[in-house]
Design a protein around this ligand. Structure first.
Ligand code: ATP
Length: 335
């Protein structure tokens, strides 16, 4: 038996989380869900952006599957997502960018994993106005924060037979902050002699990723660069509809798609649920259901072999619920 907090989220969140719950329940029969509401719609209905019940549930289950949340402007904190990552110290944001056979994209056989530090950097939220025309934002990088994310990247590389870790920085300009991150990376790399380590400046990294993404393997970087690079990598494998993420700390873990609430397509039954489903696969693997996670990935690949199962973002006409049914059928056939 495993308890999971399910946050449906805003926009396309309810559609894609309903799909994920249905599919995960088919794969594992002892998941106990606590469904809680948060976000813009919750604020409109109940006057609270994140009701206490959400925190209570997360603190009980310590495991969250979450749809995208919208933070209205002027609500006290800049982003609910950033707040949850900080509150539960979910320092490790892991974002795989993996080619899914059947999804048409510019490149073939991409298999990258980004480790993004999730709690520091310009996301520390330390901003001020010195006068009406001057604004400051403080970048915070610590040895502790750098060490734990870089170690997580190396440990992942070791456990998954990955050959290289690329650390992305701008230490030529931000000599103190990015300089510390790079220095910690160099120190940690010494403990992993079988894994190639390289540092690369973020602007060059963007160009290299577009020109020859296959030269990379595991990528580790700070919060803001990680945010930008993971969207770039999503573009390498077919877009936001197919990329998942895990936010992992020492005591809590939260799984969510990389995409936002997509208000332009919400409520139309046309959202691609693959990103949400793959986030569910990551959750299953995190709690030890490796075969079930694999079965879900295989089912998605099987379903995508038929272009009539492609959602609009992938160039097809398939609806969210029809895609969900096709995945359920593929799982049932796969046994
Ligand atoms: P937010 O501010 O919540 O991040 P956004 O509109 O800036 O929202 P996304 O919600 O990620 O960013 O959407 C970016 C684009 O990608 C939109 O055109 C959206 O429709 C599309 N998109 C995002 N997720 C999906 C999905 N699962 N299926 C299909 N299209 C998607």
């Amino acid at each position: 038996m495993k308890k999971i907090t399910l946050i449906k989220g805003d926009g396309i969140g309810p559609e894609v989380t309903a799909c994920a719950k249905k599919v995960l329940d088919l794969l594992v029969d002892d998941l106990i869900w606590t469904e809680v509401s948060a976000g813009l719609e919750t604020l409109e209905k109940y006057g609270e952006l994140i009701p206490k019940a959400v925190f209570d549930s997360i603190e009980e289950t310590r495991l969250v599957l979450k749809g995208p949340l919208t933070t209205p402007i002027g609500e006290g904190f800049r982003s609910i997502n950033v707040m949850l990552r900080k509150k539960y110290d979910l320092f490790c944001n892991m974002r795989p960018a993996l080619t899914i056979p059947g999804v048409v994209s510019r490149y073939e056989a991409i298999d990258l994993v980004i480790f993004r530090e999730n709690t520091e950097d310009l996301y520390a939220g330390i901003e001020s106005r010195t006068d009406e025309d001057t604004r400051h934002s403080i970048k915070v990088i610590t040895r502790k924060g750098s060490t734990r994310i870089i170690k997580a990247a190396f440990e992942y590389a070791l456990a998954h037979n990955r050959h290289k870790v690329t650390l992305v920085h701008k230490a030529n300009i931000m000599k103190e902050t990015d300089g510390l991150f790079l220095q910690v990376g160099r120190e940690i790399a010494k403990a992993y002699p079988d894994i190639v380590f390289e540092g690369i400046i973020v602007d060059n990294m963007c160009m290299q990723l577009v020109m020859n993404p296959h030269q990379f393997d595991v990528i580790v970087t700070m919060n803001l660069y990680g945010d930008i690079l993971s969207d770039l990598c999503a573009g390498l494998v077919g877009g936001l509809g197919v990329v998942s993420s895990a936010n992992i700390g020492d005591n809590f873990a939260l799984f969510e798609p990389v995409h936002g609430s997509a208000p332009d397509i919400a409520g139309k039954n046309i959202a691609n649920p693959i990103a949400m489903l793959l986030s569910g696969a990551m959750l299953l693997e995190y709690i030890g259901y490796y075969n079930e996670g694999k079965a879900l990935r295989t089912a998605i690949q099987e379903v995508l072999k038929d272009p009539s199962n492609h959602t609009t973002d992938l160039g097809g006409k398939c609806k969210t619920d029809a895609f969900t049914d096709a995945v359920c059928k593929a799982i049932a056939i796969g046994g």
